[in-house]
Design a protein around this ligand. Structure first.
Ligand code: FES
Length: 159
């Protein structure tokens, strides 16, 4: 039997959501977010345990997980997760070059994580702030009109 991966704290946080949603199935996405926030990934064993809590088949939880592109399953994302927007407004204002430069500086490809776990750099679709292109989201912080120099400085400042 696989070792349990959800802590009691995570399970309690998921259970605490039950009264706020019409069905347990509706708790799937917030439960995935709880696990992602704690573990920085949602491994298959976590999917099985979430399904158990929500009285669903693991495949139902996996369906929801795989619909979104934000839940890594093989390993945790970096302590900082950077998303560089590549949609049209940002692309026209140099986001491709920004992404390339950030990845080169970090020594990774888009979607990759540095060996020290400091940062993961990913490609995002429109972040909803097109008038401030190019945009970059770092964890929950949106960076507007970011230049390559600012992106470099941001990376250097990460722990
Ligand atoms: S196109 Fe980048 S924020 Fe909308």
């Amino acid at each position: 039997m696989a070792e349990r991966i959800l802590t009691e704290e995570m399970e309690n946080a998921i259970r605490a959501l039950f009264p706020r949603y019409p069905t347990r199935q509706a708790v799937t996405l917030p439960a995935l977010h709880i696990v992602l926030e704690k573990l920085r990934y949602v491994p298959p064993q976590a999917v099985v345990e979430i399904a158990g809590l929500l009285e669903l088949a693991p495949s139902q939880v996996q369906d929801t997980l795989s619909f979104y592109g934000i839940f890594p399953q093989d390993k945790p994302h970096g302590r900082t997760r950077v998303w560089v927007c590549r949609s049209i407004s940002c692309a026209l204002r140099g986001s491709d070059e920004l992404l390339q430069q950030l990845c080169e500086s970090a020594g990774i490809s888009p979607g990759g994580t540095t060996g020290d776990g400091r940062v993961t750099i990913e490609i995002a679709e429109c972040l909803g702030a097109c008038e401030h292109a190019p945009c970059m989201l770092a964890n929950d912080e949106l960076h507007h009109c970011i230049t390559r120099e600012q992106g470099e400085a941001f990376l250097r400042g990460l722990k």
